[in-house]
Design a protein around this ligand. Structure first.
Ligand SMILES: O=C(O)[C@H](O)[C@@H](O)[C@H](O)[C@H](O)COP(=O)(O)O
Length: 237
């Protein structure tokens, strides 16, 4: 259950992550004529997105979104939308439809409501999810100690996109964010967690046995009865 699969070569690791996501998207297109992908931001997924962009899929049938977003416009180099557009939604993959989490609103909470509405309108569960993890054990923007964590991990909520406010009392995040909650990830058809570096492997192996009410990893593994694919490579980047 949720075993770590180790790769000695970072290029093979990135290819393996991309292959798993492409298979899930391809199966969804074959079955339903449509597929729904959500991916993380941060520095880990770039090489995976670049390989996934080369997958021979009918990208016009794919809807792509983000598992979390920094509350910044796309012009910012902190924007996850910008990362996704530059690394995945290029070439043939540019014909995928992109649903952003970010929109300029009076409050981040309102942007979250609108994003959840747009994601629900896609009309299907996520077929493929790519996650990264921080060295503090966060996935999406589910930061330990942040006041939003409890709501994000609540297993009985419907799928929501919640505001995660920067907070003086916690170390993260550095900027307001939007994040999918656990129920989005719980119902996804395939979840790939891409990890790099010795520290993250250690954190994952420690967290996986933790308390699902406070540990995002433990909550994810519990919600999916262990059905997540964890691919790790030593090389940091
Ligand atoms: O926007 C983000 O930052 C994320 O989606 C986040 O959940 C990310 O996956 C982790 O912070 C790991 O980040 P790195 O890959 O940069 O270590």
């Amino acid at each position: 259950m949720a075993e770590v699969r180790a790769f000695s070569d970072a290029a093979v690791w990135a290819e393996a992550c991309a292959d798993r996501l492409a298979d899930a998207l391809s199966a969804a297109i074959a079955a339903d004529g449509a597929a729904f992908l959500a991916g993380a931001g941060g520095s880990t997924p770039g090489p995976v997105y670049q390989r996934l962009a080369a997958a021979p899929l009918d990208w016009s049938r794919v809807t792509a979104t983000l598992v979390d977003e920094r509350y910044v416009p796309e012009a910012s180099d902190k924007s996850n939308a910008r990362l996704l557009k530059q690394s995945l939604l290029t070439g043939p993959a540019a014909s995928a439809r992109f649903v952003p989490l970010y929109s300029e609103q009076i409050t981040v909470d309102r942007a979250g409501l609108l994003a959840a509405h747009a994601l629900r309108a896609v009309g299907r569960p996520l077929d493929a999810v790519l996650l990264g993890m921080g060295e503090d054990g966060h996935i999406c923007s589910m930061f330990p100690d942040n006041p939003a964590l409890k709501q994000l991990l609540a297993p009985n909520n419907p799928p929501l996109v919640l505001a995660v406010h920067k907070s003086r009392s916690t170390s993260a995040p550095q900027e307001d964010r939007l994040s999918m909650n656990l129920p989005w990830l719980a119902q996804a058809r395939r979840v790939v967690l891409a990890l790099t570096g010795a520290k993250k492997r250690e954190v994952f192996e420690r967290e996986v046995g933790g308390d699902p009410s406070v540990s995002p990893i433990a909550a994810l593994v519990a919600a999916r009865a262990g059905d997540i694919e964890v691919l790790w490579t030593e090389a940091a980047r």
